[in-house]
Design a binder for this molecule. Structure first.
Ligand code: ADP
Length: 175
């Protein structure tokens, strides 16, 4: 499934995919980081729709339209706050990727872009988060051929190297 996973460096709000995923907080009413950037680029319609959703629990996902974004939809998911790793952080993070992709399938979407969920303010160690993102996505793609492409959007060159290395390792393990 490696050929369906792409790594790009840049700003997720610029991508013209079927859905971009937002690393939101439980209120779904906007915040800093990628969440703030998505709300700024989407315009006030996004916040208005988010107000109707009643928030979101960690590991769950909800979908809205994309408004002024080039992406058609935004899938809002809430990652775990890193508290040392023994508080179900890995399961919750894996659930974010799985539930987001399940919503994409449910809505007939074929191209999805993810930021590195929980690795900003929520403090999840980058490499560990990346391993979960890549392995959970690869497993999902194996089971759901209707998804055509998943893009991992990296904000820094360092993140690109981590994703490339982790994806290479995964490919090795599958040989
Ligand atoms: P969280 O609260 O889940 O940690 P953050 O928004 O703080 O969410 O960070 C998640 C990741 O998104 C970080 O790796 C951060 O560098 C990255 N990021 C921030 N802004 C953007 C953007 N516009 N496009 C893509 N990634 C972004």
């Amino acid at each position: 499934m490696r050929h369906k996973m792409k790594i790009v460096k840049g700003d997720i709000t610029k991508l013209a995919v079927d859905a971009i995923v937002n690393a939101a907080n439980t209120t779904l009413l906007g915040g800093g980081g990628v969440d703030g950037a998505i709300h700024r680029a989407a315009g006030p319609g996004l916040l208005a729709e988010c107000r109707t959703l009643g928030g979101c629990r960690p590991g769950e996902a909800k979908i809205t339209r994309g408004y002024d974004l080039p992406a058609k939809y935004v899938i809002h998911t809430v990652g775990p706050v890193w508290k040392g790793g023994n508080n179900r952080e890995p399961e919750t993070l894996a659930s974010c990727y799985r539930k987001s992709l399940e919503l994409a399938v449910k809505h007939g979407l074929k191209t999805v872009a993810f930021p590195a969920i929980s690795t900003g303010v929520y403090g999840y160690p980058k490499e560990q988060a990346c391993r979960i993102a890549v392995s959970e996505t690869a497993a999902f793609l194996n089971a759901h051929p209707e998804i055509q492409e998943v893009t991992f959007v990296c904000f820094t060159d360092g993140d690109v190297s981590v994703y490339e290395r982790v994806m290479g390792d995964l490919l090795q393990e599958q040989k």
